[in-house]
Design a protein around this ligand. Structure first.
Ligand SMILES: Nc1ncnc2c1ncn2[C@@H]1O[C@H](COP(=O)(O)OP(=O)(O)OP(=O)(O)O)[C@@H](O)[C@H]1O
Length: 730
């Protein structure tokens, strides 16, 4: 995103439908013009010059300093620093050379090599007399050399004066400096640095190479290639390096903490990212080392507080990364899960996303607050439905509204099927459809804070002849909405302080597109929010600090400013205290009044539409078959997948991991061909912990149920079916 927030506000305002713009909108806040861009392409250079410049820029033989003004400036600075440091480095090298010379002489005079050899051959006592004689002889040689040198110096002094002494001293110093110059693998000559090495490595990239070796990210004989030298970026230093061939940048990200330790900085200060796309490859890493904890400053003010209105089709300002880069989160066509232990900023983070919806008058909000506090109170004035509380009656209202929304999804798909291709090209809602009040399909968000309160409700229900708890039914409804709703403009946003596998069933998690994990208890909880195996890829929200309120790991669904290829990033969410939140909500109401879109509870209308409950149950059955366990004789499922699904039954949703040994035994299958067949069906085995008979846990080979479910979905769903994703396969 290249325009500033204010520009964004203007662009968004221009996008307002004519109906809304022609009414009396009271404007406040500055409105800036867009950035001027020179559209005229530069005149092409003569071919030879261009070819020469190309060669010059790419040639390995041309030093980097001659390639750009920036590099030349940096090179000049480096040269000055080098010159200033020269005298100190020379003194240091001479001192180290002296130590090396003295050590070498000591070893020689004490006949260490001979002594060691005799010791190893266990003949030390036999050789004792010989060693002693040799030691004595070497002492005598030393004495003779010193005496000869002293005499030679004296004679030279007498013959040539002080000059001879100076020349001799200079030659000795240079010899010692050469002996004492830094060389890898020379014992006693490795730099031992104290304190953070951030500054040191910017001066001497060898320190960075050593850190990579110490962190075991490269081998002892391997080195790094500098792609971009250390430069100041924001409040830290950035550098881009190429790893040796076959080493992977993903491993550096995974073992970031080991590298942080080797560089003697806190891991929150070290940001390691892969450089992808053009100019990047699997072995190129960009490192940024912050001068201090980048998340410790004063809270960040949300840009949404200062905009007149927001277009919800644009990613919503969500926070900033450690380097201060803005992170915007796409809201439409996806869904969001926020998980964290209490008091880490879950509600505030969720409010950031919801603020974007509040500030777009063409959106509809269903808000359910299971906490029952005043965090969401202000949104009541704009919400189509607002429910606050954790009693049975509140859970029932939620259920009824979700049933209504499932019916609404079906109705929207039916209506979209009748629209012409120009208005609705892909059976998906578009900005034009969502803003056409006559079509009645506004972007609608179902926001549930503390969703676990509702999902754990044990009240028995009978749904389509099947017995289940109210919580399970709500989970099924939410799963349907998160799976089918986004294409119809219905967005699910859930926040929970209990991100465990029993509270949020995996079938629901698997269809939630974006995830934000603020601090959680352990890596398992982190994986539950972010997706399977994310800790092994270097993303573990349990390592975030308690003092880092509002800081979390975001795994976005779709492209963010950090790029579509970025798997996840640590983000410090914007802080919108209650006063600002109230302001935003009041503005949202005013905008809806002007646009004529204020509806539902906000205008005292509590009526609900008549719903065909049987159609909803049927829809759930069709949409939920994959998650709730397939019938064994399902003809769509090939073997051995069908047998695996039959064997696991309901456990396919309840368990995370099934050992191969267990499956092979239960199905009486031959292990090798079983593995091959599963692989062919797109179900890869993995290694993970599984409980043993003796109560311990051991890492064994097996299948993650998410992978099995994904393979089931792939085997069943027609190509391109929307939402057939899983935790990792998104
Ligand atoms: N982005 C942020 N920057 C700075 N401080 C924040 C941020 N977000 C939240 N906080 C602080 O953290 C506190 C807890 O936030 P919040 O109420 O959102 O937590 P929660 O996870 O929803 O808690 P609970 O689970 O109890 O509802 C807030 O009072 C606020 O002071």
């Amino acid at each position: 995103m290249t325009t500033s927030q204010e520009k964004g506000g203007t662009a968004a305002a221009n996008a307002l439908p004519v109906a809304a713009r022609t009414q009396d909108v009271e404007r406040f806040g500055p409105v800036y013009d867009g950035e001027l861009v020179d559209e005229n392409p530069p005149a092409p250079r003569p071919t030879f010059t261009r070819r020469f410049m190309n060669w010059w820029q790419r040639s390995r033989h041309v030093p980097a300093v001659f390639k750009s003004k920036h590099a030349a400036r940096q090179g000049g600075k480096d040269a000055v620093v080098w010159l200033l440091r020269c005298p100190w480095r020379f003194v240091g090298a001479v001192t180290r050379g002296l130590v090396v010379a003295l050590r070498g002489w000591r070893r020689w005079v004490r006949v260490h090599d001979y002594r060691d050899a005799a010791e190893q051959a266990e003949k030390l006592s036999d050789k004792f007399v010989e060693i002693r004689a040799l030691t004595l002889f070497r002492w005598k040689v030393t004495g003779a050399v010193i005496a000869a040198a002293a005499v030679a110096l004296l004679v030279a002094d007498l013959m040539f004066g002080d000059r001879a002494l100076w020349v001799a001293s200079a030659v000795t110093a240079v010899a010692l400096a050469i002996a004492g110059r830094r060389k890898d693998g020379s014992p006693g000559r490795k730099p031992v640095l104290s304190g953070p090495r951030t500054l040191t490595w910017t001066m001497d990239p060898q320190v960075l190479v050593d850190a990579f070796r110490d962190a075991k990210l490269i081998g002892k004989d391997e080195s790094l290639r500098l792609v971009e030298r250390a430069a100041r970026v924001g409040d830290g230093w950035a550098i881009t390096v190429d790893l040796p061939a076959t080493r992977k940048a993903a491993d550096v990200i995974k073992h970031r903490d080991a590298l942080a330790s080797a560089l003697a900085v806190d891991e929150v200060q070290l940001i390691a990212e892969r450089v992808r796309g053009r100019g990047g490859h699997a072995g190129r890493v960009s490192l940024w080392v912050a001068d201090e904890d980048p998340y410790s400053g004063p809270p960040l003010r949300s840009p949404l507080v200062d905009v007149e209105w927001w277009d919800v089709w644009r990613p919503v300002p969500f926070g900033r990364d450690a380097r201060g880069r803005r992170i915007d989160l796409p809201i439409v066509w996806t869904s969001l899960l926020v998980g964290a232990i209490p008091r880490q900023g879950k509600t505030f983070a969720t409010r950031n996303a919801v603020a974007g919806l509040v500030l777009d008058p063409y959106t509809r909000l269903y808000l359910f607050d299971g906490k029952g506090g005043k965090d969401w109170e202000a949104a009541e004035q704009v919400a189509y439905r607002f429910v606050c509380g954790d009693e049975l009656e509140h859970a029932e209202v939620l259920r009824d509204n979700l049933i209504g929304l499932v019916a609404e999804v079906q109705a929207r798909f039916a209506r979209m099927a009748t629209l012409d291709d120009e208005l609705c090209p892909e059976s998906k809602i578009t900005p034009t459809i969502s803003r056409d009040v006559h079509l009645g399909m506004p972007v609608t968000a179902v926001v549930i804070d503390e969703v676990q309160v509702f999902l754990e409700n044990p009240t028995p229900q009978r749904v389509g002849g099947k017995k289940m708890t109210l919580g399970e039914y709500i989970a099924d409804l939410l799963t349907y909405l998160a799976r089918k709703g986004p294409a119809a403009g219905i967005v699910v946003i859930l926040a929970t302080q209990r991100p465990d596998s029993t509270t949020i069933p995996s079938r629901l998690r698997a269809v939630l597109g974006s995830r934000l994990a603020l601090r959680v208890m352990d890596w398992r909880d982190s994986n539950i929010v972010l997706g399977e195996q994310m800790n092994t890829r270097g993303y573990d929200a349990s390592t975030l600090l308690p003092s880092h309120k509002g800081v979390g790991i975001l795994r976005p669904d779709g492209e963010t400013d950090a790029g579509a290829e970025v798997l996840a990033m640590t983000v410090r969410t914007y802080y919108m205290p209650n006063a600002q939140w109230r302001e935003v909500c009041a503005r949202g109401r005013a905008l809806r009044e002007v646009a004529g879109t204020l509806a539902g509870q906000a205008v005292g209308d509590f009526t609900t539409q008549a719903i065909d409950a049987a159609a909803v149950v049927k829809a759930l059955g069709a949409g939920g078959a994959v998650e709730t366990g397939a019938p064994a004789d399902d003809p769509a499922l090939p073997e051995p997948l069908a047998s695996v699904v039959e064997y696991l039954g309901e456990e396919i949703d309840e368990r995370e991991f099934v050992p191969t040994a267990e499956l092979v035994e239960a199905l009486s299958a031959e292990p090798t061909s079983f593995g091959r067949q599963m692989r062919e069906l797109g179900c890869q085995s993995a290694r993970d912990y599984a409980p043993q008979d003796d109560g311990t846990e051991r890492r064994v080979r097996g299948y993650h149920t998410a992978a099995i479910r994904a393979a089931v979905a792939a085997a069943r769903a027609p190509a391109g079916d929307y939402g057939a994703g899983d935790d990792d396969g998104r």
